[in-house]
Ligand binder design. Sequence first.
Ligand code: BTN
Length: 232
Amino acid sequence: MASLGSPRIHLTEVDSTNSRARELAQAGAAHGTLVTAESQTEGRGRQGRSWAAPKGQSLLCSVVLRDPPHLLPLAAGLAVSDAVALHAENPMIKWPNDVLLDRRKVAGILAEGRPGEGWAIVGIGVNVAVDIADLPDDLRGTAATLGLPAQSIDEVLSDLMSALETRIGQSDGELLEAFRARDALFGERVAWSSGVGVGCGLDGTGRLIVDGDDGIRHLLDAGEVHLGTTVD
Ligand code: BTN
């Protein structure tokens, strides 16, 4: 395994691996400290959403990073897509870092941190062995799974830690170029909270460029973007 992932704290059940990793980071945990779990009672997603994962079927992990790169959300999305690419065809990334297979979400990332204190947590959920029928109704139409046996979860974790180590060492230019090749929104109709338009790639700081139907070129640096023309 890469140097990311050690020490590892593995829990049968936890509220959220991100919450546990945050506590560890605040208490001084070393770069690379990893929290994994078989299940979460309060798995957290982006934009205040929850993250659902049937027990024992997913990779649920959070890693502590010291001095993280400022394009960490992109680096993490690329690393997850690298690991997914070892087991599935053509993973794409929906900005900033949802990993998709055939336009369905196979992995999500929640990066959070304290830039002032020099640490971040990258929390990753990958549907490694998820039976889509075991997910809540509202996710069944939009989720994907690698369809691997549950015994493969640790192999995917190891692939992921290696890929993350590589990606966080890359320059902004390398990350942006790699993202371009996997950009699920490029040339697609997209919608966000205040408009609709067409995805036109990322700018040099990782913002999403959208040519809006209002004739304005928008630069989005946070929030949620949807493939298609509705935001629900
Ligand atoms: C998203 O796509 O909304 C982000 C989902 C992130 C889920 C992972 S699962 C492991 C880690 N612990 C959490 O509570 N969340 C992240």
